[in-house]
Ligand binder design. Structure first.
Ligand SMILES: [Zn+2]
Length: 145
């Protein structure tokens, strides 16, 4: 995948402490948005996207003001901006590699994108299936500035 086959989607939290650019592969601008039904996402209406060939660059102005919230199996960190309370991304570290999903609600603009929204429910999935699914589907090229 060359750089010209990727298009950048900028986004971030409300106050600007967490900024990201998600480089999305391919030319069709249809982005899956998975409406997660876990107890946490139900409370903030999280809708998540990822692509195994995407590249995510994250820029934290104040990394100490990002709280990492874990629950359930404790294998994923919901990155919550401690200043404005928005949750732009989730990181799961598997064998030393950071895998990410991004909250489409935190994209700066949705105008040029088409979101295909679907419900998901991963209740009952065991931990090894869960980690395997993330390795296959989540964004594996994640960098923090
Ligand atoms: Zn913020």
């Amino acid at each position: 995948m060359t750089a010209q086959d990727m298009f950048p989607i900028a986004g971030g939290c409300h106050c600007g402490n967490v900024r990201f650019v998600l480089h999305w592969p391919g030319k069709d601008r249809e982005i899956p948005a998975r409406r997660c039904s876990c107890t946490f996402c139900s409370k903030h209406h999280g809708r998540w996207t990822s692509h195994p060939s995407a590249v995510l660059e994250v820029d934290l102005t104040d990394a100490d003001a990002v709280s990492r919230y874990r629950f359930g199996t404790g294998t994923a960190d919901f990155c919550v901006c401690a200043i404005c309370g928005i949750v732009p991304l989730v990181i799961s570290t598997i064998d030393g590699t950071d895998y990410a999903v991004v909250n489409v609600n935190t994209f700066d603009e949705l105008d040029n994108l088409s979101l295909s929204e679907s419900p998901t429910n991963f209740d009952g999935e065991d931990t090894s299936s869960r980690l395997g699914r993330r390795e296959r589907n989540w964004i594996s090229r994640v960098s923090f500035d």
